[in-house]
Design a binder for this molecule. Structure first.
Ligand SMILES: [Mg+2]
Length: 165
C-alpha cells in the first residue's frame, strides 16, 4: 500500500464515545483493537479511567471482542488490560502491522472483522492500514501528552490538512 494512503483513516471520531458501533457491525466488524494512551485513557496513565471502563463495557454489551494494542511496556499495558478484562498485545511496534496481526491471532479473527482505533496517524492508523483492518482515528483523549508525541503532531497536522480529515 502507498504510504500516503496508509495515513488516511477510514473513519474519524471526536471521541470513542462517538464511535458508531452499529455502523461497524454493518461492515461486518465484531472486534475492536484499541490503543490505550490518549485513546481509551490519558497518555501514560497506569490505571483505566471511568471513561475507559464505560467504553469497554458498552462495546462488550454490543457483542464486540476487544484487545489492547499498545506500544507501551508490558507491565503498564498488561495491568490496564487486566483491569478492563480484555487481552493485550504489548510492544506492538506500531506503525509496523505485527502487533495488529498478533491481536487478530489472539482473538482468532480475520482482518475483515476488526477495526484498529487510535489517536495517532503515524502509529495506529498506519499499523491498521498495513494489517488490512478498518481504521478509526480518534481525537486525543486529553491535550496533555508526552514530549516525543508532541514532536510528531505538526507532521500529523500537515497530513490531516492535505488529506482533509
Ligand atoms: Mg495513543
Amino acid at each position: 500500500m502507498n504510504i500516503f494512503k496508509a495515513m488516511v483513516p477510514d473513519k474519524v471520531v471526536g471521541s470513542l464515545k462517538d464511535l458508531d458501533l452499529d455502523d461497524l457491525k454493518a461492515r461486518g466488524i465484531n472486534s475492536l483493537l484499541l490503543d490505550f494512551d490518549n485513546t481509551l485513557g490519558p497518555d501514560h496513565a497506569t490505571e483505566p479511567t471511568d471513561f475507559s471502563y464505560e467504553i469497554v463495557k458498552n462495546a462488550r454489551e454490543q457483542g464486540f471482542d476487544m484487545c489492547l494494542v499498545s506500544n507501551a511496556k508490558s507491565g503498564r499495558s498488561d495491568g490496564i488490560a487486566r483491569k478492563l478484562d480484555i487481552p493485550c498485545v504489548t510492544y506492538a511496534h506500531k506503525p509496523r502491522p505485527d502487533g495488529v496481526n498478533r491481536a487478530l491471532a489472539l482473538l482468532g479473527k480475520d482482518k475483515s472483522e476488526a477495526a484498529m482505533i487510535g489517536d495517532q496517524v503515524f502509529t495506529d492508523v498506519i499499523a491498521g492500514k498495513y494489517a488490512g483492518v478498518y481504521t478509526v482515528f480518534t481525537e486525543k483523549y486529553e491535550k496533555k501528552e508526552i514530549w516525543y508525541i508532541v514532536l510528531k503532531r505538526p507532521f500529523e497536522k500537515l497530513v490531516r490538512l492535505i488529506a482533509g480529515f
